[in-house]
Ligand binder design. Structure first.
Ligand code: EPU
Length: 423
């Protein structure tokens, strides 16, 4: 397994291009299963999770061509030749569950392995399944798989009310509803930019959707969807991660393609802690105001709140802030695994359940650390950039799931970072 070696090198300055969103692309790709006609995505990120989704779609009979060095994904699923999403692929990536809604909606049946738990929490898929049941599907859980059937071969429009917000369940229900008979109303829907992006793409394919980006989405089912071309929205989590580079190290970095509406709550916290964020013609420019970063309290929430996917990176910043910060993780039950690793670098952090108290220290010190999940791994890289000495981040395969060319993007700003190839 590869590792990443980071050496603290003072202030960083430069320009970083932000890629298309992993989590948008992972729901846009299964949308190809809804139509016989081609779906082309542009601005796709070049990531291992995208390659895993490619394999999954190919295993179902879709054609997926990666063009222009992976920036364009040309997909076509004239017929779905296999309706079973196998455990071997699903276990690698939980987003695989997103093929269930499209297959069930188009052909009236699908079999998908249940994803197991994962490092950051149990992450059940009960809300996805309840939405399909509300739409008339008959579900049978056998041998670790969900066997789903729509009586008469077609789902029925329904009121789907989620007890709490789920990004994935909203995406699955939204895709399924586009081909259901009648009207579906999704209540307490997720409002993430990735949901809006999915809705925009489905609308281009002929879907009748209203209310995307609000808590109530109304979908009028149609008989068939057609082909489309759609650019993947900017990755707000990659954007937020790189906004933290000048915040942690000092200097000034411009994030190409960055949009303030994608990171509103996060940018407000940066402002509170003494980081300035300004809009430019090409994106966002971020720099640290004079002096040490101030401690701030953070609570993760569904969009438009502070994203759980930036909590680990924000913690890396607050480790060297002036004062005590309290971080509350409200989305996942086990998302503080970066804390013990940051403590190995000299951070002062007390974790109690879903709350972490971070007492800022003046400087972190480099150390060998272990990446436990995607966002944890990048938080350790950020911490390493600001630390004295060398930090070796082990198990970086998590990083490659969600950040493309991270060494290249950071080196361009003056960072000392290199990948050490594993066996
Ligand atoms: N939940 C349930 N039942 C369900 C679905 C969700 O109990 O049927 C719970 C989850 O266990 C969690 C909460 O509801 O506690 C919210 O989960 P959600 O369904 O919103 O998350 P997701 O769709 O599985 C996506 C992103 C995650 C991101 C979350 C929250 C993708 C592929 N993944 O996951 O991204 O953290 O939304 O914003 O879109 C990452 O990129 O690092 C990542 C983990």
């Amino acid at each position: 397994m590869d590792s990443i070696l980071v050496k603290g090198n003072g202030a960083l300055n430069g320009v970083i291009p932000i890629a298309g969103a992993k989590n948008a692309c992972l729901t846009l790709m299964p949308a190809t299963l809804l139509s016989e006609e081609p779906l082309t995505l542009t601005n796709a990120p070049r990531l291992s999770d995208i390659r895993t989704m490619t394999q999954l779609l190919q295993s179902l009979g879709a054609e997926v061509a990666s063009l222009q060095d992976g920036l364009v994904l040309a997909m076509s699923s004239h017929t779905i030749s296999n309706h079973t999403a196998d455990y071997d692929i699903v276990r690698k990536m939980r987003a695989s569950i997103l093929v269930l809604g499209p297959m069930l909606a188009r052909d009236g049946h699908a079999v998908v392995s249940l994803p197991g738990g994962c490092a950051i929490g149990a992450r059940p898929v009960d809300l996805h399944l309840k939405a399909f049941e509300a739409m008339g599907a008959e579900l049978d859980l056998r041998d670790g798989y969900v066997h789903a059937k729509a009586p008469g071969g077609r789902l029925k429009g329904a009121v789907v009310e989620f007890p709490f917000v789920s990004v994935g369940a909203t995406e699955n229900a939204l895709m399924a509803a586009t081909l259901a008979k009648g009207t579906t109303v999704i209540k307490n829907a997720a409002r993430e930019p990735e949901i809006v992006d999915l809705a925009r793409c489905l609308q281009k394919m002929g879907a009748q959707i209203e209310g995307e980006g609000t808590s109530t989405i109304t979908i009028q089912g149609v008989d068939r969807l057609h082909g489309a071309t759609h650019p993947v929205v900017t990755d707000r989590i990659e954007l937020g991660t790189y906004m933290l580079v000048p915040a942690i190290c000092g200097g000034e970095v411009e994030l190409l393609g960055g949009r303030i509406d994608l990171v509103g709550a996060f940018a407000e916290k940066l402002d509170e802690s003494g980081i300035s964020v300004t809009e430019t013609a090409r994106g966002l420019k971020v720099s640290r105001r004079n002096g040490r970063v101030k401690a701030v309290n953070v609570t993760t929430e569904p969009f438009p709140g502070f994203p759980t996917d930036l909590q680990a990176q924000m913690m890396a910043l607050l480790c060297t802030a002036d004062g005590v910060s309290v971080l509350e993780e409200k989305i996942f039950e086990n998302r503080f695994m970066h804390a013990p690793e940051l403590i190995r670098m000299g951070a002062k952090i007390d974790v109690h359940g879903g709350t972490a108290k971070v007492t800022g220290v003046s400087k972190l010190k480099g150390a060998p650390v272990m990446a436990t999940d995607l966002r944890a791994s990048v938080s350790l890289i950020l911490a390493g950039l600001a630390a004295e000495g060398e930090t070796l981040v082990n198990r970086v395969y998590h990083l490659d799931r969600g950040y493309e060319r991270v060494e290249e993007k950071l080196s361009a700003c003056g960072a000392k970072i290199e990948r050490i190839k594993g066996n």
